[in-house]
Design a protein around this ligand. Structure first.
Ligand code: ADP
Length: 258
């Protein structure tokens, strides 16, 4: 049976009486690869923060591996890449190796990883993101794109069961972006559930299997295939935009004779 990795029931959230998430119900199952998209200010980052227990819902419920996030303890199951601007003090004297090793902290605290396994996992994550040659460098000396690769390596180093990435590709050059998406697909094929917040709705359908389109309310949640043939979404976005978002052009073609 597929496990619910994240689920919500009639979830609402307010900042100072202003409702940002409204009556949202969804389930994300083990092995899903979900793209959360929507306009600026539509509540994407807020939703992630509610999922991770930074904020509690104003109404309704949210569950992480079946547990309320503020009671959840198995944080080693989760890799998280926050939106870039919120994470980094460039003057903090920490090396690339040390930053990536932070992604293993909760497993180290639990005593369930040996030094040799730790080193191997870090080397592998550095290799994945093609930053092995940077491992002794200070984070603050690197370019924005290199720093982003380091933070992605930190999020994936523990081979988490759930990977949550908030706008991960903004600072990446096209080659690194492709490499990154290949890594995500490989992890997803080995059962890592992926949730990726993106504004890039024209691209993400190449990679993700489900689309969660948010505009304070849940406008759409389902497979890209279902999105492509939805009459309601054609009315909402217009058929051209639906087609651009769709990214299942071949399979969807017959339904565009609607
Ligand atoms: P998105 O990630 O889709 O761009 P956000 O979740 O960041 O949207 O923001 C949703 C809305 O909540 C926006 O109107 C934003 O201005 C507001 N908002 C975000 N963070 C805060 C906060 N800490 N306090 C008050 N309002 C906030």
């Amino acid at each position: 049976m597929r496990v619910d990795v994240v689920s919500s029931e009639n979830l609402s959230f307010q900042y100072n009486h202003s409702e940002v998430l409204s009556d949202i119900t969804f389930r994300i199952s083990e092995g899903d690869y979900v793209a959360i998209a929507g306009p600026n200010g539509s509540g994407k980052t807020t939703l992630i923060k509610v999922v991770l227990g930074f904020y509690r819902p104003s109404k309704g419920g949210i569950f992480l591996f079946g547990e309320r996030p503020h009671l959840f303890k198995d944080w080693q199951k989760i890799g998280y890449l926050p939106q870039k601007s919120s994470t980094l003090n460039p003057h903090f004297p920490v090396t690339v190796w040390e930053v990536v090793s932070m992604g293993l902290l909760s497993r180290k605290k639990g005593g369930d990883i040996s030094r040799a396994d730790e080193n191997e996992a870090i080397e592998k994550a550095l290799e994945y993101m093609d930053i092995k040659d940077l491992k002794k460098r200070l984070l603050g000396e690197l370019s924005g794109g290199q720093q982003q690769r380091v933070l992605i390596a930190r999020a994936i180093v523990g081979e988490p069961e759930l990977l949550i990435l908030d706008e991960p590709t903004t600072a990446l050059d096209p080659d690194t972006r492709d490499r990154f998406f290949n890594v995500l697909s490989e992890m997803n094929s080995k059962k890592t559930t992926v949730i990726i917040v993106t504004h890039d709705v024209g691209t993400i359908g190449k990679y993700a299997s489900k689309l969660f389109y948010l505009d304070k309310k849940m406008v759409f949640y389902g497979s890209f295939e279902a999105f492509c043939v939805s009459r309601e979404m054609a009315d909402y976005f217009g058929e051209y935009s639906q087609h651009v978002i769709c990214h299942r052009h071949d399979t969807a073609k017959p339904s565009f004779t609607l």
